[in-house]
Design a protein around this ligand. Structure first.
Ligand code: ADP
Ligand code: MG
Length: 138
């Protein structure tokens, strides 16, 4: 079983649609093995998105991710990393496939409802960023 880190973003928590997002995750066969609602600090968001620190959208991204609560969660399943990327859909909802979370719920390329790890290596690092081993129930 592989694990991946998911974040349900502020545009979803503020619209009260986190249950609908979780339903799509569970319908795809992924198990939620850890989950908590938190308010990211600016320092946490900047550290989490380190890889994007030189991008034009970085400040906007950090501001958005700290604008309201997020739900951080660990998803487990066969090929969880790539399966979750598939059901999330493309970063830009305008080009995301029908039936994906982002096509269904995202408002724009920045307010795009969910984050998912992009590789097993990223998943390991990102899960460790938010969860201790005892918080994950497999
Ligand atoms: P993904 O979340 O699909 O892995 P990236 O890792 O490339 O996408 O980007 C991280 C996040 O930064 C995106 O989910 C989105 O919220 C934001 N973002 C990416 N590209 C842009 C952009 N061109 N304009 C505004 N926000 C962006
Ligand atoms: Mg990414």
């Amino acid at each position: 079983m592989e694990k991946t880190l998911s974040i349900i973003k502020p545009d979803a928590t503020t619209r009260n649609i986190t249950g609908k997002v979780n339903a799509m995750i569970e319908d795809a066969g992924l198990r939620i093995v850890a989950q908590k609602l938190i308010c990211l600090t600016t320092a946490q968001a900047e550290k989490f998105y380190q890889e994007h620190k030189d991008k034009a959208f970085f400040t906007n991204l950090v501001d958005f991710m700290t604008s309201a609560p997020v739900i951080v969660q660990v998803l487990a399943g066969e090929n969880a990393v790539s399966l979750y990327r598939k059901i999330m859909g493309a970063t830009n909802p305008a080009v995301a496939e029908e039936g994906t979370i982002r096509k269904t719920f995202a408002l724009s390329i920045d307010k795009n409802t969910v984050h998912g790890s992009d590789s097993p290596e990223s998943a390991k690092r990102e899960i460790g960023f938010f969860f201790s081993e005892t918080e994950i129930c497999e």
